[in-house]
Ligand binder design. Structure first.
Ligand SMILES: NC(=O)c1ccc[n+]([C@@H]2O[C@H](COP(=O)([O-])OP(=O)(O)OC[C@H]3O[C@@H](n4cnc5c(N)ncnc54)[C@H](OP(=O)(O)O)[C@@H]3O)[C@@H](O)[C@H]2O)c1
Length: 181
């Protein structure tokens, strides 16, 4: 049985991805920032929930260590947790800029960094960053969000050139969702 970690599993794409992998026989470590949501997958034997805020720098590695301890091995990580905002840049608050950068960029980089030693030890592992069409194209009033998703695209491209990472010969690819209600 394979194991996958999914960040931001409490709603939307993360929630649906969690349910999809579980339905296909994977063990899912569904991570979520709000402890109130930790019981949302109760009753599904393939899903175990863990509290994780990807902006909480010190908590990612311990959370992943706990997951690895619980399952023995992790095969894939989905960096899904993200914050979306649409506003003219001049009225976008510092708090919102910090939140988008810290979650959508630094959160992805931190989680990736935390799982690399385990994947290297296994000689295998898959990392999926949930990017967006907003990481390739631009639209009005999404300046900071665009910045974050273009950065995620750079992280993917840069990560694939990292000779320290295990490779499966398939290189990198992208699936870039458009608007999902
Ligand atoms: N929906 C779209 O049209 C679309 C299109 C392209 C790409 N995307 C990307 O898809 C991903 C998921 O978005 P979504 O549309 O499914 O939105 P969503 O329903 O708002 O889900 C975002 C998830 O990220 C979590 N999250 C936010 N900040 C977090 C943090 N600091 N630590 C841990 N979890 C955090 C949220 O947790 P809470 O429940 O606690 O808020 C929520 O579970 C994002 O990366 C987004 O940019 C979405």
């Amino acid at each position: 049985m394979k194991t996958i970690i999914i960040t931001g599993a409490s709603s939307g794409i993360g929630e649906q991805t969690t349910l999809l992998f579980a339905s296909r026989g994977w063990q899912v470590a569904a991570t979520m920032r709000n402890p109130k949501n930790l019981t949302m997958f109760a009753g599904n034997d393939n899903i175990r929930a863990y509290q994780l805020d990807v902006t909480d720098k010190g908590s990612i590695a311990p959370c992943f260590e706990r997951i690895i301890g619980d399952f023995g091995r992790v095969d894939a990580l989905v960096n899904n947790a993200g914050v979306y905002a649409t506003d003219p840049l001049e009225v976008t608050s510092d708090g919102m800029i910090d939140s988008i950068v810290d979650t959508n960029i630094a959160g992805v980089v931190r989680a990736t960094r935390a799982i690399i030693p385990h994947f290297r030890q296994n000689g295998a592992g898959v990392i999926v960053n949930v990017s967006s069409i907003a990481g390739r194209a631009t639209m009005p009033f999404q300046s900071v969000y665009h910045t974050s998703k273009w950065a995620v695209e750079g992280d993917r491209a840069g990560g694939c050139q990292n000779p320290a990472l295990p490779r499966d010969g398939r290189g990198s690819g992208g699936r870039l969702p458009g608007r999902i209600p």
